[in-house]
Each structure stands twice: as structure tokens, then as C-alpha cells.
Design a protein around this ligand. Structure first.
Ligand code: T46
Length: 131
């Protein structure tokens, strides 16, 4: 399974906490895009796709949500619920996001620009491409 949870170094002082993310340093790819999700709805699921080439790092900077990750052979469930832990998702990994807490905010760093043609949004097609 090409995913992993990554613990980020936190700079702590009397004013609070700071996490710094740098492409090809503590993030395993060069960052070309940043997007974020907020006002997510607890009973509304997101995702249900894979990317052919894109790599991403997802951080729940506020709140929590569950990620289901699937490489075509098996499925894992991972909870994102800490602003100092990122979920790295490699290429060709099916993802589903569910169980958003109220007010969950997800920040995503991506290795490339948005390209809808690079998404695989059909699970049968995903299985055909990975197996
Ligand atoms: C992913 C998970 C974690 C854009 O116009 N530009 C963008 O950079 C993105 C990411 C999306 N969009 C458009 C495409 C759709 O019309 O925004 C709309 C919502 O995107 P989508 O339905 O793909 O959202 P999610 O939450 O299902 O998936 C997103 C990312 O698309 C995806 O890459 O891995 O978050």
C-alpha cells in the first residue's frame, strides 16, 4: 500500500505551535498545488477516486475524518485527527473520505496542478489499471 502517516516536527514556544512543510525536504515530492476543504458535512462522503500520477499529503489541521485507502488488493482505514500528522498518498491509490467531524478542515499539498483527466473516478476502471 503506497501510503503512510508522517509525523511532522512541531516548533513549540510560549506563543503556540508551528509546523513547516517543504517540498523534497520533509515532504517527499515537489509541491505544485495547495488546496483545502472546510464546511465538510459529517454524513457526506468525498473522494471515491484514484490518481494515476499525483502524490499528495493531507493534514487535518482542525477536526477529524476517516480515509479509506485501497490499492486494488486490500483496504485500510486511517483516521486523520492531528495537525502534526500528515497522510502521504502515493500514485494509484483509491481513496474515500468519510466521518468528517463538524468543522473539519483538511489541507492538501499536491505534486502537480489540477488535471481532471488524471483522475480515475470509476472503481472498475481503477481495478483494471492496477491489477
Ligand atoms: C483528493 C482528495 C483528498 C478543482 O477545480 N481544483 C482542484 O485543485 C481540486 C482538488 C478540485 N477541483 C474541483 C473539481 C470538483 O469540481 O473541485 C470540485 C471538488 O473536487 P472533488 O470532487 O475531486 O473533491 P474530493 O474531496 O472528492 O477530492 C479531493 C481532490 O480532488 C482529490 O485529488 O485526493 O480531495
Amino acid at each position: 500500500m503506497d501510503y503512510r502517516l508522517m509525523r511532522m516536527e512541531v516548533k513549540v514556544d510560549a506563543r503556540g505551535k508551528l509546523v513547516s512543510l517543504e517540498g523534497l525536504k520533509n515532504i517527499p515530492f515537489a509541491i505544485k498545488r495547495f488546496y483545502y476543504m472546510y464546511d465538510t458535512i459529517p454524513d457526506k462522503e468525498r473522494g471515491f477516486h484514484a490518481h494515476r500520477e499525483l502524490e499528495q499529503l493531507v493534514i487535518a489541521i482542525d477536526g477529524a475524518c476517516e480515509f479509506v485507502l485501497d490499492d486494488g488488493r486490500s483496504r485500510d482505514s486511517v483516521w486523520l485527527n492531528r495537525p502534526d500528522v500528515g497522510l502521504y498518498i502515493g500514485k494509484k491509490m483509491w481513496r474515500e473520505m468519510r466521518n468528517f467531524s463538524y468543522g473539519c478542515k483538511l489541507m492538501v499539498l499536491a505534486s502537480d496542478y489540477y488535471d481532471e483527466s488524471e483522475y480515475i473516478r470509476d472503481y472498475a476502471m481503477f481495478l483494471k489499471e492496477v491489477l
